[in-house]
Design a protein around this ligand. Structure first.
Ligand code: ZN
Length: 354
């Protein structure tokens, strides 16, 4: 007589949230994309522009392939940064919105109209951003007011001005480091409070907040916390990652995203937020179960709070009709092993894609 091994109950968790991803740039589902070297941010942006112009497969098909893979890996909501420029117009926004509609109701997608190629430096982009808010974009984006645009106040006047006119939230990329980066962050925080936008502004990357040697770091973190600004980190290979303990001590809220996935910027990424939680834990030197669980919480409930998806932010527990199930002993092992979910349930329905 044989005794069947006891079936272990599945680990049940909240859905995953990708708080910062670029689906319009991805090569996912296409042939392998070989990348050119890039020594500076300007090189990366120049490579990006050439790569996007050379893609044969359209934005919708590439974005759909990546978003579908993310959904199958447990992502239920995402904030997509989508390029808008004078030459692209609203094309990428329309492509990503069409891809997202094919995955409703499994995936909630917010789109940021993102001026990757500059806003003041690329005349016509602000008008294209305004048009994209009527073509499927939800938020107003921005990029390095200092380092790329060279006009802190001019750039922020344009970004916050459009957001005010259209009644939208703001999500700004900020790669600039050092005290100059911190000064830009404090100015974004000042405008956030002055405009009554607490909790409705996000800064992506915010590498300056990762540099413990900067004298005004603590004061800047306090301003960010007062303004209720979300920081979206992506735990990218060679880039700085925030000290999560320090951000928590100052009350700064942190969410996690993929950034570019297999685009001209990077050959890496999968769109799996379990993978990304692993990378955040790894990059921040997690050892304890509590640290591994915190990385997973940032990839799930924090993102749900940032995007206002209450069934993830305020997850009702293992019996919730919106949940993921995994074959893992617990969340610490899940974050280390990085399996795909065995089941994805949203509002009681089990994921089934055509
Ligand atoms: Zn980005």
């Amino acid at each position: 007589m044989t005794i069947a091994p006891t079936e272990k109950p599945a680990l049940r968790t909240p859905g995953l949230v990708d708080a910062h991803i670029h689906p319009d740039k991805t090569s996912w589902g296409d042939t392998w994309l070989s990348r050119r070297p890039a020594a500076t941010l300007a090189d990366l942006i120049s490579n990006d522009r050439a790569t996007q112009a050379a893609y044969v497969t359209g934005v919708e098909e590439r974005a759909y392939a990546l978003l579908r893979n993310a959904v199958e890996n447990g992502t239920m909501a995402m904030r997509a940064q989508v390029d808008v420029s004078s030459e692209l117009g609203t094309r990428n926004v329309e492509g990503v919105r069409a891809a997202a509609e094919r995955l409703a109701p499994w995936l909630t997608v917010e789109i940021v109209a993102f001026p990757q190629f500059g806003l003041l430096r690329n005349p016509g982009t602000l008008e294209a951003m305004a048009a994209s808010l009527d073509a499927g974009a939800d938020l107003v984006g921005g990029i390095d007011p200092g380092g790329i645009e060279g006009d802190l106040h001019g750039h922020l006047d344009a970004v916050f001005g459009l957001a005010d006119r259209a009644g939208r939230d703001v999500d700004i990329h900020l790669h600039d480091g050092g005290e100059d980066g911190l000064a830009q962050i404090r100015e974004i925080a000042r405008r956030t409070v002055a405009g009554g936008r607490q909790g409705r502004v996000t800064i992506g990357h915010a590498f300056a907040l990762c540099d413990a040697s900067l004298p005004s770091l603590g004061e800047t973190l306090d301003r960010v916390a007062e303004a209720g600004i979300w920081i979206a980190t992506c735990a990218l290979g060679a880039d700085p990652v925030p000290d999560i303990d320090l951000l928590e001590r100052h009350g700064v809220r942190l969410a996690l995203g993929s950034d570019g996935v297999r685009d001209s910027w990077s050959p890496f990424g999968t769109g799996s937020m379990v993978d990304r939680a692993h990378l955040l834990a790894y990059r921040t030197g997690a050892i304890t179960d509590a640290e591994l669980e915190r990385a997973f919480r940032i990839a799930t409930q924090h993102g749900g709070e940032m995007l206002g998806v209450s069934e993830i932010a305020d997850w009702a527990g293992p019996e919730s009709p919106t949940r993921l199930e995994f074959a893992a002993d617990g969340i610490p092992q899940l974050v280390t092993d990085r399996p795909a979910p065995t089941r994805v349930l949203r509002d009681g329905a089990e994921l089934a894609l055509p």
